[in-house]
Design a protein around this ligand. Structure first.
Ligand SMILES: [Zn+2]
Length: 149
């Protein structure tokens, strides 16, 4: 259960009862389709709220607000630390699975494995960095909804 703090509510809803929290996503939609759409938005780095605005102004710098609909992506400082965990987790899962798979299928030496997996461990997290932040923002949209200030 997510605790909704009064300070987390948009100013227009702070003086209303919680039942009137219209920023929460609707519950009458197909959850599987919703998750697929959120993953798609996160991987494409487009706003999961309006499915149009670009989440990043440069490859590494995320916009504070959606340039199209104006929702705020990061409510609390450090909230995107989870994106780093997503990035590390996926990198290591792919590395360990790939290493074990290639080690069992081929008789490559240890330096061949190092030559393959060391660059993978260096480059994949860089490629996946904005996508992991996009996925986390999409997860926020699914759970509590992104909203304007
Ligand atoms: Zn948007």
């Amino acid at each position: 259960m997510k605790l909704i703090l009064h300070r987390d509510l948009p100013p227009s809803l702070r003086d209303q009862p919680l039942e009137a929290s219209s920023h929460l996503p609707p519950h009458n939609v197909d959850p599987v389709a919703n998750i697929k759409e959120a993953i798609s938005c996160g991987m494409k780095r487009i706003c999961p709220a309006c499915k149009n605005g670009k989440m990043f102004r440069t490859y590494f710098q995320m916009n504070d607000y959606c340039p199209t609909c104006g929702v705020k992506y990061e409510r609390e400082a450090g909230e995107f630390i989870v994106a780093m965990y997503i990035n590390i987790f996926l990198t290591e899962i792919l590395f360990i699975s790939g290493y074990l798979l290639t080690n069992s299928l081929f008789s490559w030496g240890v330096w061949t494995q190092v030559a393959i997996w060391a660059p993978f461990n260096a480059l994949f997290p860089i490629w996946f960095y904005p996508r992991s932040k996009g996925l986390w923002a999409a997860g926020l949209q699914l759970s509590t909804g992104l909203y304007k200030d």
